[in-house]
Design a protein around this ligand. Structure first.
Ligand SMILES: [Zn+2]
Length: 453
């Protein structure tokens, strides 16, 4: 008998695809008060509940994903995070001014998480916040979930970020996670819980996964930290009919397609934000353009069609065409490449905002096309064509990005500062360039001495 947990979020597998077999599948997530989400689909990665470079009104009018991924990690540098004081039935929507039609997905850690050198314990995880180290316990995390009432939440998992866990650590991870998930299920009876699947061998966590299977009616979905484990999950109807969320951080659309082919339903995709910060506009379409030939290979047999355009490249400075002429996003229908190139060169933040609007649009169109392709029965063929047509990796970053924050990199001892000094250098140089003669004149006239008397 399904409990209220499973009832709150409904997941329907559409079409004639056998839910027990791991293959690309179509589905629909629905929850009272939110817009239904057709899957495969994605949650935008947020920073403190904000999709970087997008204001709430821009999200409302230009964002077509399922919702946003929010990390508790972003809020716990203060003892009493302001987000916990937000009123209403959905404090996260109130705090972030997120449109009510979009889902909130609350996870313990950012994606990707900021690494912490300290170890987790049997009851706590170690988090490196902007204001030092914190060690929230599972009990504290559960109490925050109870207050924040996200549409979907992911229980705490014992994961070693940044390091490959040793044999001893691997034996601890499933046991700790099992206990934390069990406590979470018990204390959050009315919550929609996506149980974490750990990024270690299935053989090391089969007992934990079996425990999830026994209580499949108390969980609403599975959250994979490693998508390659999907085929190992017990092929029972109870487990297979749960929606699957990928926290596996795909590095390119090719990786997304691979995960979709395994039966993944929902994604978080950090590379969209990374591309935007680097000034790269995504330009891929799925399936590959129909007018294209297969002659896009170089001598090594590798594809030469890039997945994106580096907008820092000065060759765009006189280009009066949109990033992608066929794109229907706000950026492409309102501005040309030369304008965006100019904004980046001037470090004007509107540049990144326009690129982010376009990039989020490209990803939502990508998923729309993936769903159409699965529906048409051409997904496998379309994926092969896409893999042959496009380069395997996104273009490398060439220009500067927005000001770096702690979560953008792993800080190392005695390294030089990542951010340039904001103004002083420019002003000093400007001043000395403009007024050297005047300064000398004043000195000659002993003006300086007089004024100090
Ligand atoms: Zn566009």
């Amino acid at each position: 008998m399904p409990s209220e947990i499973a009832k709150k979020l409904a997941f329907e597998i559409l079409g004639n695809v056998d839910p027990v077999v791991t293959s690309a599948r179509l589905g629909r997530l629905s929850i009272a008060g939110r817009k239904d989400v057709d899957t495969p689909n994605f949650f935008a990665v947020s920073s403190r509940g904000v999709i970087p470079h997008m204001t709430p009104d821009v999200v409302a009018s230009n964002f077509n994903g399922a919702g946003i991924h929010i990390a508790i990690e972003d809020f716990i540098e203060k003892k009493e995070p302001p987000v916990l004081k937000c009123p209403g039935p959905s404090p996260l929507h109130t705090f972030t001014a997120l449109p009510r039609t979009l889902f909130t997905l609350l996870a313990p850690r950012r994606t990707p998480a900021v690494m912490s050198p300290n170890a987790n314990t049997n009851t706590t995880v170690s988090v490196f916040t902007s204001d030092g180290f914190r060690q929230p316990s599972n009990k504290q995390y559960i109490s925050m979930i109870q207050k924040l009432q996200p549409d979907i939440c992911i229980p705490l998992a014992d994961i070693a970020y940044g390091t490959k866990p040793g044999v001893k650590r691997i034996t601890k991870m499933p046991g700790r996670t099992e206990k934390w998930v069990a406590d979470h299920i018990q204390d959050c009876e009315h919550q929609t819980i996506f149980a974490p699947i750990l990024p270690i061998d299935f053989s090391s966590q089969w007992e934990y996964v079996n425990s999830l299977e026994e209580q499949a009616n108390r969980i609403a979905g599975l959250a994979f930290y490693d998508s390659s484990l999907l085929p190992d999950i017990p092929a029972t109807t109870a487990m297979s009919s749960l929606p699957r969320l990928s926290l596996d951080e795909p590095a390119s659309p090719h990786h997304i397609l691979r995960q979709v082919s395994l039966g993944m339903d929902i994604f978080t995709i950090p590379f969209v934000g990374f591309a935007t910060d680097a000034g790269i506009s995504l330009t891929f379409t799925f399936p590959k353009p129909s007018s294209s030939t297969e002659n896009n290979l170089n001598d090594s047999g590798l594809s030469t069609v890039p997945l994106g355009i580096d907008m820092w490249n000065t060759s765009h400075a006189s280009s009066t065409i949109p990033i992608t002429p066929s794109c229907t996003c706000y950026t492409c229908t309102s501005h040309h490449m030369a304008f965006i190139q100019h904004l980046l060169s001037a470090k004007e933040m509107l540049g990144w905002a326009l690129i982010q609007i376009h990039n989020q649009h490209i990803i939502s169109e990508f998923f729309k096309a993936v769903r159409a392709s699965i529906k048409n029965g051409t997904f496998e063929m379309d994926s092969e064509g896409f893999a042959r047509y496009y380069e395997s990796e996104l273009p490398a970053k060439s220009g500067q990005g927005p000001r770096m924050r702690g979560y953008h990199f792993k800080s190392e001892a005695s390294e030089p500062k990542r951010n340039e000094k904001p103004w002083t250098v420019g002003l000093d140089a400007q001043y000395s360039a403009l007024v050297p003669d005047t300064a000398v004149d004043l000195k000659e006239k002993e003006f300086a001495e007089k004024t100090t008397d």
